[in-house]
Structure formats: structure tokens, C-alpha cells
Design a protein around this ligand. Sequence first.
Ligand SMILES: *[C@@H]1O[C@H](CO)[C@@H](O)[C@H](O)[C@H]1NC(C)=O
Ligand SMILES: *[C@@H]1O[C@H](CO)[C@@H](O)[C@H](O)[C@H]1NC(C)=O
Ligand SMILES: *[C@@H]1O[C@H](CO)[C@@H](O)[C@H](O)[C@H]1NC(C)=O
Ligand SMILES: *[C@@H]1O[C@H](CO)[C@@H](O)[C@H](O)[C@H]1NC(C)=O
Ligand SMILES: *[C@@H]1O[C@H](CO)[C@@H](O)[C@H](O)[C@H]1NC(C)=O
Ligand SMILES: *[C@@H]1O[C@H](CO)[C@@H](O)[C@H](O)[C@H]1NC(C)=O
Ligand SMILES: *[C@@H]1O[C@H](CO)[C@@H](O)[C@H](O)[C@H]1NC(C)=O
Ligand SMILES: *[C@@H]1O[C@H](CO)[C@@H](O)[C@H](O)[C@H]1NC(C)=O
Ligand SMILES: *[C@@H]1O[C@H](CO)[C@@H](O)[C@H](O)[C@H]1NC(C)=O
Ligand SMILES: *[C@@H]1O[C@H](CO)[C@@H](O)[C@H](O)[C@H]1NC(C)=O
Ligand SMILES: *[C@@H]1O[C@H](CO)[C@@H](O)[C@H](O)[C@H]1NC(C)=O
Ligand SMILES: *[C@@H]1O[C@H](CO)[C@@H](O)[C@H](O)[C@H]1NC(C)=O
Length: 350
Amino acid sequence: MFPLTATIVLAALAPIALAAPYVPKGGLGTNSTPPVYHPLSDFDVQSLSLALYQEYIELDLFHYGLAKFSTDEFDAANITAEDRFLLEFMADQEVGHANLITNILGPDSAPKQCNYSYPFETVRDFIDFSQKLTRFGESGVYGFLEHLDSRASANLLLESIATEGRQQMIFRQFEGLFPMPVYFIPGITQSMAWTLLAPYIVSCPENNTVLAWQNFPGLNITNNPNASTLMSDNYAAITHNRSTPLSQPGNTLNLTWEAPGKNVGPNNMYNTSTNAGEGKYVAWISQLNTTYTNLTVLSNNTGSTIQPDESFINGTMFVMITDDNPVITPFNVSMLNDHIVAGPALYQSG
Ligand SMILES: *[C@@H]1O[C@H](CO)[C@@H](O)[C@H](O)[C@H]1NC(C)=O
Ligand SMILES: *[C@@H]1O[C@H](CO)[C@@H](O)[C@H](O)[C@H]1NC(C)=O
Ligand SMILES: *[C@@H]1O[C@H](CO)[C@@H](O)[C@H](O)[C@H]1NC(C)=O
Ligand SMILES: *[C@@H]1O[C@H](CO)[C@@H](O)[C@H](O)[C@H]1NC(C)=O
Ligand SMILES: *[C@@H]1O[C@H](CO)[C@@H](O)[C@H](O)[C@H]1NC(C)=O
Ligand SMILES: *[C@@H]1O[C@H](CO)[C@@H](O)[C@H](O)[C@H]1NC(C)=O
Ligand SMILES: *[C@@H]1O[C@H](CO)[C@@H](O)[C@H](O)[C@H]1NC(C)=O
Ligand SMILES: *[C@@H]1O[C@H](CO)[C@@H](O)[C@H](O)[C@H]1NC(C)=O
Ligand SMILES: *[C@@H]1O[C@H](CO)[C@@H](O)[C@H](O)[C@H]1NC(C)=O
Ligand SMILES: *[C@@H]1O[C@H](CO)[C@@H](O)[C@H](O)[C@H]1NC(C)=O
Ligand SMILES: *[C@@H]1O[C@H](CO)[C@@H](O)[C@H](O)[C@H]1NC(C)=O
Ligand SMILES: *[C@@H]1O[C@H](CO)[C@@H](O)[C@H](O)[C@H]1NC(C)=O
């Protein structure tokens, strides 16, 4: 793996042409121009607005969960008083993140907090939902951060999303899962993140920023592995060697998906759509890779696929139905958007 070592050592000894003492040539935004922490394009405004929609739902979600369940219910799920303080602190972090992005966008044009609807009735399901929501919150930003025109804004957003990654891992620990069964965190496109987020937003203030991103038709893994049912060997802890994985290669995923043209999102003002043809594959975005499995179509909008035998398929990942299997790498995930028939949905392994 390291045949380059000798070359690197020799290069290090050779004189390096410097821009100034101790300043190697190259780099961007490293001169004395004062940074401007504002969007520089519609792409920036729309990406940052999406991130703000995400921060606001997290803020609401953590408060909602803390208020909805009693102390007894939390205790019964082994979420202690100190754990609950950590949850409260996470909500405070979201206030900070929402303020940050609001200031980048400008308070007049930044979207405001909305009303939400959540699919859980128990503490375990609240924690599981939070684990998944923070996964697409984090991955949704990694998908566009490197494409922003405003590198200064990207700097600030990165420093907030680093916190979000920690939250996601803590939710896995609250669930009793292995905290991070991956080497790399995947990035997804804005349209993928918005597809996952929009169904939980019921209504927003009048004039809230309308997002330009696409809402793909919904995808449901009807037999999705469910971490909240695995209580006995899954009490909250820094880590567990899980005796049985949530899922493993060879598992069948049963899938149902919606036809396009459904109204979704705040005030039902968005409409699902697809640019793709007939579904042929299931795309799996996990760690650095996008890989594909064959889709077996059972009837209209119902089918199945098999979890591939790849070690990078682990943790909470993104699966979607596609009409083709183009080669995708982390810097060009957006090339997949036009091939999405439905999804993404979140799939749990590890
Ligand atoms: C949220 O819902 C409440 C109660 O229905 C309503 O009064 C309020 O206007 C809604 N707020 C937003 C931002 O949609
Ligand atoms: C929404 O925008 C319209 C047109 O700019 C304006 O007249 C109205 O007051 C705005 N409503 C709110 C709640 O900001
Ligand atoms: C997904 O499928 C499961 C199992 O049939 C069902 O319980 C659940 O309501 C479905 N979810 C959605 C969002 O349709
Ligand atoms: C997981 O299982 C629990 C308990 O049966 C159920 O309440 C919950 O809805 C399931 N979660 C998902 C995401 O299907
Ligand atoms: C709570 O956690 C302890 C270990 O800290 C474990 O022994 C116990 O079984 C857990 N209780 C539940 C309900 O999971
Ligand atoms: C945890 O799992 C690893 C990898 O399978 C194994 O090497 C190790 O012995 C396990 N440790 C315990 C305490 O179960
Ligand atoms: C899941 O898919 C498999 C393989 O296509 C099929 O045999 C099975 O009947 C499906 N299960 C359900 C519950 O639809
Ligand atoms: C949603 O999109 C479909 C086509 O995908 C179109 O037929 C329908 O009129 C649209 N509905 C709304 C409310 O925009
Ligand atoms: C997954 O990504 C790694 C690292 O980039 C690469 O070595 C490997 O070949 C990829 N696997 C697949 C199946 O694409
Ligand atoms: C996927 O489908 C292609 C084309 O029908 C076939 O050649 C290939 O063997 C299939 N792969 C698997 C793993 O079934
Ligand atoms: C699938 O949809 C087509 C067109 O709507 C319809 O003619 C056909 O009967 C459907 N097939 C099944 C198995 O539902
Ligand atoms: C996922 O990660 C866990 C924890 O490291 C490991 O035990 C498991 O074997 C991994 N799964 C796959 C399919 O590699």
C-alpha cells in the first residue's frame, strides 16, 4: 500500500517553490481578502435553505421527543436523566446551527421553522427515527458542501455538520448498536435528502423559501430491519458486539414504491416526479461506493432485491430504484438523480 513512501521522502527533501515563507503555492481563499459568509449563487441559496429546513426539524424533533415521553418511559428504555440532558443539549446545538445558517442566508430570506409530523409512539422508535433523520441530515450536506460556490459558507456549515455526525453516532449508541460500523460516511444529493425530509413537514409559514430540489416518488422497504425491536442485547452503551447483525448479505428486501405525481411536503405544495424510465436496478449508496443490484419486479410498484455481498454495505445507508446503473463516485452523485425511479429509502445493516 505504501510504495510511494520513498518518493514522498525524496520530494520532501527537494527545495519547494513557495509563494511566501512557509506558504506552499496553491490553495484557495488563503490570501488576505476578508471572507464573505454569504451564498454566491442560487445553488448556494437552495442548498443552504435545504440545510436550514433540516436543522429546524431536528430542533423540533428533539424537543418533541423530550416532551412527548414521560420520565418512566425514558427510564424503561434505559435512556437515563443524563442521556436526556444530552438530548436537550443536542436541541440547543440545533438552535445554534439554525441561527448560523439564517445569518448566512440573511434573516429576511432564510426559511423559518415549520410544523412537523413524526412516525413514532415509543421512546425506542423516537431514538431510531432520530438516528435515521440525522443520517440523511449529515449525508445530505456532505453531498453538496464541496460543490458550493461560497467556500466561506461551506466552512461554517462543515463546522456545524461535524456536530450532527456526533449526534447520529450517539443515537446509534442509545439504540445499543455498534456506533460506527463504517470507515466513510456517504454523501447524497439535495434532491435525495429533500425526498427523505419533505414527508415529515406538514406546514410552513407563508412565503417560506420554496425549494427547487426534486421530490422523488417514495420508496418503502416493507421488511426493513428494525433496531427498536432488538431490545435484549441492545441496551444503550458505548458499543456492543452485536450477536446478530440487523441484516446481512443475501437478505431479500421487499420493496413498494409510489407512482410520481403525489403532493408532498409543507402544505402539500411539492409534487413527486421522476425523469427515469422503467425500474431495473436498486442503487445502494454506502460509504464511498454506489453499487447496484437487480430489481425483481413482482407487480406494479412492487418488487424485491438482494443485499449484496460487499463489506462496504454497512450502517444506515441509502437505497433507491433506478433505470440504469451508471458509475457513480462521491463527487458526482448528482449524476444519479436522472435515473431515480423512486427513493431513496434508508436501509439498516450492521
Ligand atoms: C402550525 O400549526 C398550528 C396549529 O395548527 C398553526 O396555528 C400554525 O399556524 C402552524 N404553523 C406553521 C408555521 O405552519
Ligand atoms: C408574503 O409575501 C407577500 C408578497 O411579497 C407579502 O405581501 C406578504 O406580506 C408576505 N407574508 C408574510 C407572512 O410574510
Ligand atoms: C412501509 O411498509 C410497512 C410494512 O408494510 C408499513 O407498515 C409502513 O406503513 C409503510 N410505510 C410507508 C411510509 O408507507
Ligand atoms: C419497529 O418496530 C416497532 C415495534 O414493533 C414499531 O413500533 C416501529 O414502527 C418499527 N419501526 C419502523 C421504522 O418500521
Ligand atoms: C438497561 O441496561 C442494563 C445495562 O446497563 C441492562 O442490564 C438492562 O437489561 C437494560 N434494560 C433494558 C430494559 O434494556
Ligand atoms: C467483538 O467482535 C470482534 C470481531 O468479531 C472479535 O474479534 C472480538 O473478540 C469480540 N469481542 C467481544 C468481547 O465479544
Ligand atoms: C419478498 O420478496 C420475496 C422475493 O421476491 C418473495 O418471495 C416474498 O413473497 C416477498 N415477501 C413479501 C412479504 O412480500
Ligand atoms: C404533479 O405532477 C404530475 C406529473 O408528474 C401532474 O400530472 C400533476 O398535475 C401535478 N400536480 C400538481 C398538484 O402539481
Ligand atoms: C468501493 O470503494 C473502494 C474505495 O474507493 C474501492 O476500492 C472498491 O473497489 C469499491 N467497491 C465497489 C464494489 O465499487
Ligand atoms: C442481473 O441481471 C443481469 C441481466 O438480466 C444478469 O446477467 C445478472 O446475472 C443478474 N445478476 C444477479 C446477481 O442476479
Ligand atoms: C399494472 O398497471 C397497468 C397500467 O395501469 C395495468 O394495466 C395492469 O393491470 C397492472 N398490473 C398489475 C399486476 O397490477
Ligand atoms: C458491519 O460492521 C460490523 C461491525 O464492525 C461487523 O461486525 C459486520 O460484519 C459488518 N457487516 C458486513 C456485511 O461487513
